[in-house]
Unconditional design. Sequence first.
Length: 444
Amino acid sequence: MSEQPARRARWTNWGGNQSCAPAAVARPRSTREVSELVREAARSGARVKAVGSGHSFTGAACTSGVHVRLDAMSQVLWADPDSGRARVQAGITPGRLNRELASRGLALENLGDISYQTLAGAVSTSTHGTGLGFGGLASQVEALELVAADGTVLSCSADEEPEVFAAARVGVGALGILTEATLRCVPAFRLAALEQPMRVDEVVGRLDELVESNEHFEFFWVPHTGWALTKANNRTDAPPSPRRLRHHVLQRAVLENLAFGAACRLGRARPEWVPRLATLAPSGGRSEFVDRSDRVFTSPRWVRFCEMEYSVPRHQAAAALARVRQVVEESGLRVSFPVEVRFSAPDDAWLSTSYGRQSCYVAVHMYRGVPYQQYFEAVEQELAPLEGRPHWGKVHFLSAAELAPRYPCWDAFQAVRRRLDPEGLFANPYTDRVLGPPAPAVPG
């Protein structure tokens, strides 16, 4: 285990809006080493936070204590095509995991569109993809191993420590350090992708049809325009017909990253030009291709930003988008990033943003370095009353008192937290705000 206790180098997240100066950085290579460093931190009175790729936009990973980085724990321990199960270390990224699974004829049934978080971070914050028949990443977890505040290594599943399992699948980093997970996989599959611009009013008018007739559907409304960019992905037995290299480079590298990044920088310097620049977004045209599932689900993200995302009940989807459009149109703000709209099935992790309901997710973004608080606060004021639940790893302004009524199993989660971390070893200002300060376990 490599530890650096002396110099307080600053850590900054991917979006550039969170930073901290941990007193020490630890890179354990095994669950045993994680347990040892947790015990040592508890003896010394230091707090501990695990950190992955830093893709969360909240302060969930910030600490002045010990930063535990799991990049040395990033292996597929085993994968069984017959049972469709895989055991992995929690520091693995979806990108690496997808490649490893594909080499064994396996895949995850659904993914988000970014592949460089750690599995631990993605699961703990309720990360998800899109598709009414599919839950978030946490719903594909069948068992977990985590290290509690006293250094105890707990194994949990629906049959073993079921309450810990229900809480820890979306634990927001407050219950312990995830070290391993068993994932439910499916045989490797291909997706037929159709990407095309549509008028946003047509998308909203046909929303139920589009969401229900496609296994995976999402769209991006382009602010200051009447256009949406739509993506529909469906399983297929057709042979692979990936984008031609030239088109792939043009679409993914040039248009979606380099040109878009240049437009964002120009918009940051000259906000009054943003509406005119926005009209360029729908110019990519219609695209159809067939490829391996993870290559369709995920996309490179070179343009950095800050993000807020709210889950609302699916039946509130049209109302939620209408409220966001109204914020943009009436506020005078210049928004260069599209507004993303996705969907998911209900799931049963206690703090999942889709707990117990079909959900629509509405995400708003601002280019890195552009002030986002006015925009995000205005959107939050519109979405929170629609039974809105903010993504645990993305910017929001709610407190534990406001969040508790939105989660039917909130008290049960807090009971598990008191049991696993009664002194707040894994607490920090973010968890204090969104989950409440740690409280000792009640005797008896």
